[in-house]
Design a protein around this ligand. Structure first.
Ligand SMILES: NC(=O)c1ccc[n+]([C@@H]2O[C@H](COP(=O)([O-])OP(=O)(O)OC[C@H]3O[C@@H](n4cnc5c(N)ncnc54)[C@H](O)[C@@H]3O)[C@@H](O)[C@H]2O)c1
Length: 336
């Protein structure tokens, strides 16, 4: 497969597939996007027409029977993603599945087991860990520039509450909340950042949930304190569904200095007693991260190397976010 194009399908033609995955695939000369699928046939057809994709269907099983297909991107809600991933692995396909890779740890373990049994590979869509600026932060930490232990101050706010202006989005996020607090969903990326940056097991978690509207099925503003075995501590604020967002933050405070990550203005800064070091990138954060994520998936498929972030990273992230959720105690009743 080394020189040939990777023949790939996309399962799930929702927001992230249509806005990011499909454009990244079409821009990549190593990929042949052969077909897309969504249980909502109108969505699949609209995406196929918009991007000139030659085939679309409502049943991914039809596509996975095609022996010439090498791989799939699964961009479905996380309560269906693991079963689709397992089916595709058993059909002999490599899979890039969206985060979180499941909402139940036992399902994530089943995916990892199937990966081992089939010898096909899984990459988990922790897209933003591929940001070169985040890698710069990790390098500063590894070089000891901040000293140790470190205190992470991270606040991420997303998903505007706008039931009148955007009812489809309102219904989608409301339903997602029935399957987990925001830490399980958006927090999946943050838990992965912490895994990458602290490189240490979690020792204990304290977390508190706050619900800004009584009709919400779960808290929509999570605050957690996470202690790591290496002495690092993180304070996370992850919030959803506000009409206006408070300022986000991403700072790492160490005995030797502070690192500040401004993902949207594309800079990282290291402030120590020796002065200030700043790295800027003049690029689009989304484009960069989705392009690198796909490049790594292709390299991983073509080589003997395991895919990173893979199921190991997916399970670390889910284990941590489920610890946060269980400390918060929500949502009350989860649909089956
Ligand atoms: N990596 C990132 O940056 C990023 C960003 C946003 C969302 N996500 C993740 O991507 C996933 C999808 O998010 P979204 O915002 O696109 O959601 P979405 O609801 O807009 O899209 C999901 C799509 O999957 C389809 N679907 C459901 N079950 C299916 C099945 N069995 N077969 C085929 N299609 C099926 C739905 O009809 C829908 O169109 C979520 O897990 C989310 O957390 C990741």
């Amino acid at each position: 497969m080394s020189g040939e194009k990777i023949r790939l399908i996309v399962v799930g033609c929702g927001d992230i597939a249509v806005s990011r995955h499909i454009p990244a695939l079409l821009a990549n000369k190593d990929v042949d996007l052969v077909a897309i699928c969504d249980t909502d046939g109108e969505r699949a057809a609209a995406a196929a027409e918009r991007y000139g994709i030659r085939a679309h269907t409502t049943d991914y099983r039809k596509l996975m029977r095609d022996g010439s297909v090498d791989a799939a991107i699964v961009a479905t809600p996380p309560w269906v993603t693991p079963d689709i991933t397992i089916d595709l692995l058993r059909a002999g396909k490599h899979v890039l599945c969206e985060k979180p890779m499941a909402i139940l740890p036992e399902k994530a373990e089943e995916v990892a087991r199937t990966e081992r049994e089939t010898g096909k590979k899984v990459q988990v869509g922790f897209t933003y860990r591929h940001d070169p600026l985040l890698e710069q932060l990790r390098d500063w930490i590894r070089e000891g520039r901040l000293g140790s232990p470190r205190y992470f101050r991270i606040g991420i706010f997303d998903e505007v509450w706008d039931p009148v202006g955007n009812p489809e989005h309102y219904r989608r996020i409301f339903k997602t909340m029935e399957y987990g607090v925001p830490s399980v969903h958006d927090g999946a990326h943050i838990a992965d950042f912490l895994h990458m940056l602290t490189d240490s097991p979690v020792k204990q978690v304290h977390a508190f949930g706050y619900k800004s509207r009584s009709e919400f099925p779960a808290s929509n503003f999570d605050t957690s304190i996470i202690d790591f075995a290496n002495g690092d501590r993180a304070r996370l604020e992850i919030g959803w569904f506000y009409p206006q967002f408070p300022a986000g933050e991403f700072e790492i405070v160490g005995p030797e200095g502070i690192a500040v990550f401004d993902r949207l203005n594309r800079s990282v800064e290291l402030r120590t007693t020796d002065g200030v070091e700043r790295v800027n990138h003049d690029d689009d954060w989304w484009d960069t991260c989705f392009r690198i994520q796909l490049d790594k998936f292709i390299v991983g498929i073509r080589s003997e190397q395991p895919l990173v972030p893979g199921t190991r990273e997916g399970i670390y992230s889910l284990t941590l976010t489920k610890q946060i959720e269980s400390a918060i105690g929500g949502p009350k009743e989860r649909p089956v």
